[in-house]
Write a protein that binds this ligand. Structure first.
Ligand SMILES: Nc1nc2c(ncn2[C@@H]2O[C@H](COP(=O)(O)O)[C@@H](O)[C@H]2O)c(=O)[nH]1
Ligand SMILES: [Zn+2]
Length: 705
């Protein structure tokens, strides 16, 4: 990337508190911050620097704590404190102006949360201030000093990444490591790259001379690591339009269609790569940029195999970006380990790989090879997963090559769970299960939570802005209609919503939103509230009713680790989707009313035509002339079922009629939840679509689908 500044806007700061690996990840995602760091490599460098300072400072702090602080001020300031003579009067009566300034400047009441970027800056400023006071007045009251040092130590703890700590501590750690532990080829390469020696492959003696100690070798390796990070950051140069769009990558209503245009139809590879970079996954899992590009290209090829209007690489990109937006904007990411974050991004990217553009039910009914392989169960979802993992059996595409065995096992299990749960036939079971788990949030495990998030992201376009949602609807309907065309050719009955001549799009969308999308978002939001609350910056642990989730994160994430003085508050994630769901439903209702009016007009016209033609057969020549006049002013029905209204019949626009039409539409578009659930559990694989029985018979004229 020529310009990687966008990465620096949200650098990954990982907490390191010697606690569970799971709770290490502590990017300051709740505040939008800008910091002048140009790459993760720089950040590691910066944290190393801060950590060095911190170590020195921590040593001084331990010293100060062990004995009378004022006696040891000289170890920091280099000045000698003249002890007060016995019996002599105290030096100062009451606080001096300088004392007051110091109390104000070193006050710890309103410090930023220790896991925020602001805190880093604050901590370094505090160190300097303390030094200044020590120099100018010889001491700093112990309580003030203690409070500040505690704060600074907390900040440093959070800031120091594993890598930085390794880098700093290597002298200690490596003194116990045998030089032979470093493989020969690595040493050879390190030597040729980072020393002036040509080769170190010969005798052990020579090796020792080349690498005076193993410490140097690993230092070099760390350098490689950091260079590697920098290299991977600069591997792609984005066109300016893409750069601009990526500034909105975290947003709920990110325009994936615009990105697809800006990338010449490569939205999936761009989105996935960028998100993986932002979470630093390439460095963490040692994924070669070339391998990742090969894999992403192969993914795009698979998504394009059947030229689907909807289930194509843009949908893959959309779901991947949506998952990122949910993870990032709600703070869910803080709950996850690196392996889980990788699994989430990967699952979203592959979740419809090689989709055929037909429903599972179609596969079963037409007895396809895939249905045979997967015994009619989650036919396509099983295929998406299997085919994506198969890609990685090719070394050139194997992005999990450097994962540890244990990590890979966890990764694969989570991906399988998540993608299988995108089968719409699990929808009701999933929602029901999560509902019951919410009453006992201890039992919300990550696989269930993340599966629900992916499922919701998969059906999230009705919760985006109208322009995006309407476009996705057109594409999906066209895909359904193509399936209907095939069903007709095969002599199969039309699947619901697949008959292009009769499907009522608007009313079906109202049903889809009411019975499928809105409940999914509601339950996902409730779940996020429970899961994210204990790790949110305002989520004072003391205020959490749920102790086990608090335990899970072991007290991390709350700024002052449970400030007891704060009023209890109920944590709620920002439900940015709610407004869109409501707004989009209103739009569909308007369109549905129009549809209904048009339908009525068509029916009326058809009736009239029928009556006319019946009359015609009995008519005199004079009557026929009269009829002809009538027909000319009647609406015309075109071959594809749309209507061009004539002068005589206009769609009703009276409010009463609108109201009536809307109610009717809802009646046809909405199946009762029980009915929907019954159909779903009966094994109708198309889930929502199959579940919402649309009985009306008119295609929406304006939809263009
Ligand atoms: N009636 C509608 N059904 C929709 C819409 N958007 C999505 N869907 C259905 O959900 C599944 C999602 O699963 P996927 O993994 O296949 O993407 C999809 O197949 C549709 O059946 C919609 O706007 N209206
Ligand atoms: Zn999908």
């Amino acid at each position: 990337m020529a310009d990687s500044k966008h990465l620096s806007q949200r650098p990954n700061l990982r907490a390191h508190r010697g606690r569970r690996r799971e709770s290490r990840r502590k990017s300051s995602i709740f505040e939008e911050k800008t910091i002048d760091i140009v790459s993760p490599g720089h950040l590691v460098g910066a944290t190393n620097h801060v950590f060095c300072m911190g170590r020195r400072f921590a040593t001084a702090y331990q010293c100060l704590e062990r004995s009378a602080i004022t006696r040891h001020w000289k170890s920091v300031s280099g000045k000698r404190l003249t002890p007060r003579k016995k019996g002599s009067p105290p030096r100062r009566q009451g606080p001096s102006k300088e004392d007051l300034t110091m109390s104000l400047e070193l006050c710890t009441d309103d410090l930023p949360p220790t896991d925020s970027l602001e805190a880093l800056e604050k901590a370094s400023k505090r160190i300097r201030k303390i030094c200044t006071f020590l120099q100018s007045r010889g001491n700093v009251p112990s309580n003030l000093l203690k409070r500040n040092l505690h704060y600074i130590a907390d900040v440093l703890d959070i800031v120091v990444t594993d890598d930085a700590r390794r880098f700093i501590d290597e002298d200690d750690e490596l003194s116990e490591v045998e030089p032979d532990a470093v493989p020969m080829e690595v040493r050879d390469w390190l030597a040729s790259t980072f020393t002036r020696s040509a080769s170190v492959t010969k005798s052990g003696e020579k090796e020792k001379k080349t690498f005076r100690s193993i410490v140097q070798a690993v230092r070099a390796a760390n350098l490689v690591d950091r260079l590697y990070r920098r290299m991977s950051t600069s591997a792609v140069t984005y066109p300016p339009t893409v750069m601009k769009l990526f500034k909105q990558l975290d947003d709920w209503s990110f325009d994936v269609f615009a990105l697809n245009e800006a990338t010449n139809g490569q939205a999936l590879r761009y989105v996935t790569y960028e998100i993986m970079m932002r979470y630093d996954l390439l460095a963490k899992f040692k994924i070669g940029v070339g391998t990742l590009f090969n894999f992403l290209e192969a993914l795009e090829v698979g998504y394009s195999k059947y030229q689907n209007p909807y289930h194509n690489l843009v949908h893959g990109a959309d779901v991947t970006q949506t998952m990122h937006s949910i993870l990032f904007q709600t703070g869910l990411v803080q709950w996850l380990t690196d392996v889980e974050i990788f699994a989430v991004v990967f699952s979203a990217a592959i979740h419809d790989f090689e989709h055929t553009g037909e429903t599972n039910n179609f596969h079963v009914m037409s007895r396809t090879e895939t249905a045979l392989v997967y015994n009619d169960r989650a036919v396509q979802e099983n295929h998406h997963i299997s085919a994506a993992f198969r890609l990685m059996t090719d070394d050139n595409l194997n992005i999990v090559y450097n994962m540890s065995k244990d990590d890979y096992k966890d990764f694969r299990t989570l991906v399988i769970d998540m993608v299988l749960a995108t089968d719409m036939s699990y929808h009701f079971a999933q929602v029901k299960q999560m509902k019951s788990l919410l009453s006992c949030p201890d039992n919300i495990d990550k696989a269930k939570a993340l599966s629900l998030v992916l499922h919701t992201a998969d059906i999230s376009h009705p919760a985006k802005n109208w322009i995006l949602h309407e476009h996705w609807t057109e594409l999906l309907m066209e895909e359904f209609f193509r399936q209907g065309d095939k069903e007709q050719e095969l002599g199969l009955p039309f699947s619901p919503l697949c008959d292009r001549k009769t499907t009522m799009v608007a009313s079906s969308q109202i049903g889809f939103i009411d019975f499928i999308v809105q409940p999914s978002f509601e339950i996902m939001s409730d779940m996020l509230d429970k899961v994210v609350a204990p790790i949110s910056p305002r989520g004072s642990l003391a205020n959490q009713s749920n102790a086990t989730i608090s335990e899970k994160v072991e007290g991390e994430g709350s700024p002052q680790n449970g400030d007891q003085s704060e009023e209890p508050f109920e944590f709620k994630v920002d439900r940015v989707w709610d407004g869109h769901l409501t707004g989009n439903k209103v739009k569909w209702k308007e369109l549905s009313t129009k549809d209904q009016a048009e339908k009525e007009a068509r029916e009326k016209a058809a009736q009239k035509e029928k009556a006319d033609s019946e009359a015609q057969t009995q008519n005199t020549p004079d009557d026929k002339a009269e009829d002809k006049k009538d027909r000319e002013s009647s609406p015309k029905i075109t071959a594809n079922g749309t209507v061009s209204p004539g002068d005589a019949v206009k769609p009703s626009t009276s409010p009463e009629n609108d109201e009536q039409a809307s109610t009717k539409e809802e009646a046809v578009g909405k199946a009762s939840p029980e009915h929907v659930e019954k159909r779903s559990t009966e094994g109708e694989k198309k889930g929502s679509i199959d579940s919402i029985t649309v009985k009306s018979v008119t295609k929406r004229k304006e939809s263009g689908v």
